[in-house]
Design a protein around this ligand. Structure first.
Ligand SMILES: NC(=O)C1=CN([C@@H]2O[C@H](COP(=O)(O)OP(=O)(O)OC[C@H]3O[C@@H](n4cnc5c(N)ncnc54)[C@H](O)[C@@H]3O)[C@@H](O)[C@H]2O)C=CC1
Ligand SMILES: O=C(O)[C@H]1O[C@H](OP(=O)(O)OP(=O)(O)OC[C@H]2O[C@@H](n3ccc(=O)[nH]c3=O)[C@H](O)[C@@H]2O)[C@H](O)[C@@H](O)[C@@H]1O
Length: 464
């Protein structure tokens, strides 16, 4: 089966970049990305490609090349569903904030809405691809909804989780470690659908890197991959605290451990805590699934990864307060970096939000600078926590447009995102413009201790 028209529901961090790369690599396939968010679609269609809603290195060039050739962004969801042979569902699946499973389970209401809309609109057979990260066995629920419309249309459901990381999305999509496709391997129709999706990816991914499995393995592999990655960060962060107590240095420990080829060097960078929209939500989802099967030990095991991460954010903030003579009330603290990692404008679950909230509880005056995050986003992130009134947040948190401005007259600086430009700052000048003693807290192990101490900073870094 040759796919001619692809529709992707959800023009977010996954749908946008993924479809842009598919369109670039498969010029004979028309790819339409749809979303109910009109503002987002308008931004994807902005004549100036630098204004597309997601910042990812290399993405605007691809959009420039493929947009209006075979890559389209639209709010007309029904038309795109109708036309498509293959529909990717790439909508958000956040942690539930209400009802059963509140605070743990994935909220699948947007997934279900998509399924119902597809069922209503579809007039010919279609392949449905789960691109969103979903609890294992979601495909069964989707199938149930799709197969019960009574209009005789046949659907094949595939699971094709996405492994891209933000900030390196284009690179990850162009050269993925693997592409995972789960489907109904027991029927000819299932196999044909899988083959159709394999062929799309085979336009640029070597066949040996395209893995096909049964649908449940594919769904569960995605949650497992994120849990393993987050676990590595929590493991090294746990060691960072022990390093601080013992005189060991977490970077040296990570290097020594990571050089064992069985462990490997990646994802062992101690930090103020992992953020991002997925690690926490996917682990909580995994914990919830384990609990629903009565696997309490399995659930407890994975929950520790989150407990450790929360502890890391809290102890970083607490250390600032303790070091500044047990009070930051009325003191100016500069926060360098708001995004959850460098090279992205995404702030979801960023450690900076929680550190700032902690400092606000202690009545600090906070000044934030991030090269890619605007003030409205910073305020929205803090307001979302509902721990301080909107007025208080706007009064006590200022967002400025340069690191130098943020640090001027500050009592302390906290580096919370590893943006390259923070390494290049004129730290001597920064020091001169601060109140003394000038405290510098490095939550990313970004800065050189010796040079900062030579300038005169009181320097604190995670894990040393
Ligand atoms: N952000 C990331 O780096 C990664 C995310 N994922 C997974 O991919 C999924 C999507 O994540 P993001 O792209 O980050 O989310 P996002 O929130 O950036 O984008 C989702 C989009 O879907 C749209 N949407 C929701 N319901 C809709 C409907 N019924 N019809 C049309 N549009 C609708 C929303 O308006 C939103 O623009 C999630 O399940 C996430 O876990 C997987 C790998 C990486
Ligand atoms: O499902 C998802 O959403 C994605 O989640 C992560 O990608 P992402 O969250 O974009 O970014 P990561 O590079 O994994 O970083 C996550 C967080 O961990 C932190 N981190 C990462 C690595 C490390 O060694 N130390 C560390 O503190 C980062 O700073 C960041 O806050 C995974 O890496 C992707 O494979 C996955 O597709």
């Amino acid at each position: 089966m040759k796919i001619k028209n692809i529709c992707c529901i959800g023009a977010g961090y996954v749908g946008g970049p993924t479809m842009a790369v598919i369109a670039q690599k498969c010029p004979s396939v028309d790819v339409t990305v749809v979303d109910i968010n009109e503002k987002r679609i308008a931004a994807w269609n902005d004549p100036d490609v630098e204004n597309i809603p997601i910042y990812e290195p290399g993405l605007s060039d691809i959009v420039k090349e493929a947009r209006d050739r075979n890559l389209f962004f639209s709010t007309d969801v029904n038309a795109a569903i109708d036309k498509a042979d293959m529909i990717f569902i790439s909508v958000n699946t956040p942690t539930k904030t209400y009802g059963i499973g509140k605070g743990m389970a994935a909220d699948l209401k947007w997934i279900e809405l998509c399924a119902r809309q597809i069922a209503e609109v579809a007039k010919n057979d279609k392949i449905i691809v789960e691109k969103s990260t979903l609890p294992v066995r979601t495909a069964a629920a989707l199938k149930d909804i799709l197969d019960n419309t009574g209009n005789g249309v046949k659907f094949q459901i595939l699971s094709n989780p996405e492994f891209l990381a933000e900030g390196t999305a284009v690179e990850d999509l162009k050269k993925p470690d693997r592409v995972l496709i789960g489907g109904d391997i027991d029927t000819p129709e299932g196999k044909e659908a899988m083959e159709a999706l394999v062929n799309i990816y085979a336009s640029w991914v070597p066949k040996e890197n395209i893995l096909t499995t049964n649908v449940w393995s594919s769904e569960l592999s995605k949650l497992t991959a994120n849990a393993f990655l987050a676990q590595r960060v929590s493991s090294i962060n746990a060691m960072s605290e022990l390093c601080e107590k013992t005189g060991a240095d977490v970077n040296e420990v990570a290097k020594a451990v990571g050089m064992d080829s069985r462990v490997g060097p990646k994802f062992l960078k101690a930090s103020v805590g992992f953020g991002g929209s997925c690690f926490q939500k996917d682990i909580l989802n995994l914990v919830y699934i384990a609990k629903t099967f009565g696997l309490n030990e399995v659930a407890d095991y994975w929950e520790q990864v989150i407990i450790m991460n929360d502890h890391q954010k809290r102890r970083f903030a607490a250390n600032i307060v303790k070091t500044l003579y047990n009070t930051v009330s009325g003191k100016k603290i500069a926060i360098l970096g708001w995004a959850f990692k460098k090279d992205t404008n995404d702030t979801r679950e960023s450690a900076a939000i929680y550190v700032t909230d902690y400092l606000l509880n202690e009545q600090a005056e906070v000044v934030v600078y991030d090269p890619k995050v605007n003030s409205e986003q910073v305020y929205a992130d803090l307001e979302y926590l509902c721990t301080h009134s909107n007025e208080e947040i706007r009064e006590r948190v200022k967002v400025v447009t340069s690191a130098e401005e943020a640090c001027k007259d500050a009592h302390a600086i906290a580096v919370l995102t590893e943006w390259d430009e923070f390494k290049e700052l004129d730290w001597k000048e920064v020091y001169e413009n601060m109140l003394k003693p000038a405290f510098l807290f490095d939550g990313r192990r970004l800065l050189n201790r010796k040079t900062k101490e030579d300038i005169g900073f009181e320097f604190y870094a995670i894990g040393s």
